[in-house]
Structure formats: C-alpha cells, structure tokens
Design a protein around this ligand. Structure first.
Ligand code: SF4
Length: 347
C-alpha cells in the first residue's frame, strides 16, 4: 500500500470533526487556514467561529470596519494577516465579483495568500491537484523517507514540495492533504509519536534507523551581531603599545593594539573623552594624528573597527607591552590589525 493510501485509511478512523472540514466553501476554508496558521486547533476554533459569524462571506468582510476585524482578531497576533484578509476580500469583489476563483494562479495573486494557503484552498474546496505542505507534512515526509535536508532552507522547501506533489493522490487530493496534515498533527507528532502502533512503521526510514527524534532537521539561523572596536596605535619615540589576547574567541592568543569596545557606533570625540582611554594613555599629553575606519565580516559578527593613530608625550602603561618595529614583525596579529600596521609602515 502507498503512503497516501495507508495514511488516508488511518484518517478515516481518526479524523477530528472540524467545521471547516465539513464545507467546500472556499471562503470558510480560507479563513480557517489563516486563523489556524497562528494557533492550535483548540484555541483557534472560537476565533474561527466568531469571525465567520460576524463575516459569513466575502462581501461582508470586504465592507467590514477595520476596528471590528482587529477586535475579533485580538489575541491571535500577526495583525497584518487580518488586514490582508480584508484587502483580499476587496480584491475578490473587484477582480472576481465576489466569487472565489478556482484557479491556483488566481488565488495566489490575492493579498496575503502564499503557496501553502493557495494549495489548501484549491485542493480542499475544488479538489485540485496541489499538495499542501505545512509543518506536519514536512515532519511526516522527513521521517518516513529519512530525509535529512533542513526543512527551513530553500533547498529543503523545494525538495519537500516536490516530494509531497509526487506522492499526492491525484484522484483525491483534498482527502489526501487533510489526511497527511492530520496524521502529522495527531500521530507522527513532534514529540512522542506513536511509532510502535504506526501503520507505516514497517517502511519508515526514521523508525528503522532510530532517527525519529532527530527528524526533521532544521538549520540554525545565525544571529549576526555588530561589534564596535576601537584600536589605538599609541606611538612615542618609535615604540607602540600592544597586548596579547587571552580572552576566548577566534583571535585568542594573538597580539593586538590596545582596545576599547563600545556598545554602539560612538563618535571619535566620545571615545577620546572616555575614562578608559584616559587610563590607557595614563593621562599623558597626546595628539590625534589620524583615524581609519574598517569593516570586517566574520560568520557571526560584523566588526566595525576604528584605528586611532595617537602620538603621546610618553608611554608607560604597565598593562601593555612596549614594542619597537623589529619585535612587531615577529608577532601575530588579527587580520584587520595587521592590515592597519602595514599601512602605518608604508606611511
Ligand atoms: S513510524 Fe513513527 S516516525 Fe515513522 S511515520 Fe510512523 S509515527 Fe512517524
């Protein structure tokens, strides 16, 4: 038996009785899909019922006062979705005389409707051959076929959409899609799926390879942070100050110029007035000769670096090493610092 037939058979005896499953009205299906995108069925049900009672059809929604729509949406979050519903209802009145189109290409043109919602509306209401791929379907497919491609990447989206389309029961797309989603929601759940009593466990790759809890895979999104670094080339009598980095991180163990970090992009004057800078030069007289800004990108950091060329009347800070040009050549510095030192040498 194919995965589709097995899951459809399971669905016939396990499906929940939900109001939007008892209708072929594309408007009601649309509202249910948008409401359920933000919440669980148990919580979403009352929103769906209140909303469709207040606005039972496209025409009533297209005339609805925004305040009333938002009030009914209150607590669901993502208020732009409620506004998109109103906008799309107006488009339906204007472009289709208030009749929901049955063509996917027309449905997806409506405000706020993407591939998932367009596939759901056209397959549930008009039995068209479009596979619906929601989080539940991703999970079932990823586990059953043992697919390790992360579902939150464009490669994953493409792969799973094609796979879902391939296994779609072209004779009964509406039931197939409902069954897949329900199977993922109730049976092949994110945690503690019912594998031992699963009708697919004989052929499920994740089950046979003990990878159920690992699938589906998600790629961790990198959070890129900005850092603002101020390096000081403090010069006196052909000597400068440097230090060895002992903090962790990619530059650990390298040498660097004295450094002040700021939380935001501070002005030059603000840094030079800072106590940290005054301590660094030991309150000596100084002249700011020049500054140089540089941006350096790391995988998880954007470094905004400013170098300050300072000429000092004396340098005697015991927290730093005092080195001449010869020694500098022997030591390893992070790439941007090295680049700056080269430029200083060529001056
Ligand atoms: S055996 Fe487990 S992981 Fe595989 S389809 Fe069934 S419930 Fe999902």
């Amino acid at each position: 038996m194919t995965i589709s037939k097995t899951i459809t058979k399971w669905y016939q005896s396990h499906a929940r009785s939900l109001p939007w499953r008892k209708t072929k009205d594309p408007y009601l299906i649309w509202i249910s899909e948008v409401v359920m995108q933000q919440t669980r069925v148990e919580q979403g049900m009352s929103y769906y019922l209140k909303f469709t009672e207040a606005f039972p059809n496209i025409k009533s929604l297209s005339h609805a006062p925004e305040d009333q729509v938002l009030k009914l949406w209150e607590g669901l979050g993502y208020y732009s979705r409620a506004r998109n519903l109103m906008e799309a209802a107006k488009q339906l009145m204007e472009w289709h005389q208030g009749v929901f189109p049955d063509k996917y290409e027309e449905v997806i043109k409506l405000k706020g409707i993407g591939p998932y919602t367009a596939a759901a509306i056209t397959s549930f209401a008009f039995n068209q051959k479009y596979a619906v791929v929601d989080g539940n379907v991703f999970r079932v497919l990823s586990r059953y076929y043992g697919v390790e491609i992360p579902i939150n990447t464009s490669k994953g989206q493409k792969y799973f959409s094609e796979l879902a389309q391939e296994i779609l029961d072209k004779e009964n797309p509406a039931t197939h899609n409902q069954a897949m989603m329900e199977f993922g929601a109730l049976h092949c759940k994110p945690a503690n799926p019912f594998c031992t009593e699963c009708p697919l466990n004989n052929s499920c790759i994740a089950y046979s390879t003990n990878k159920v809890s690992e699938l589906p895979k998600k790629e961790k999104k990198l959070v890129i942070k900005n850092k603002y670094l101020h390096f000081f080339y403090i010069e006196h009598d052909n000597y400068i100050l440097i230090e060895k980095r002992d903090s962790s991180g990619i530059w650990k163990g390298l040498y660097q110029l004295p450094l002040i970090e700021s939380a935001k992009n501070e002005q030059i004057e603000a840094i030079l007035l800072d106590q940290e800078f005054k301590d660094l030069i030991n309150n000596q007289e100084y002249v700011l000769k020049s500054t140089l800004d540089m941006k350096h990108k790391l995988t998880h950091r954007n470094l905004y670096i400013r170098f300050y060329h300072i000429q000092c009347s004396n340098i005697n800070n015991p927290s730093y090493l005092k080195v001449g040009e010869e020694e500098l050549r022997e030591l390893a510095f992070p790439r941007p610092v090295n680049q700056f030192l080269k430029e200083m040498k060529e001056k």
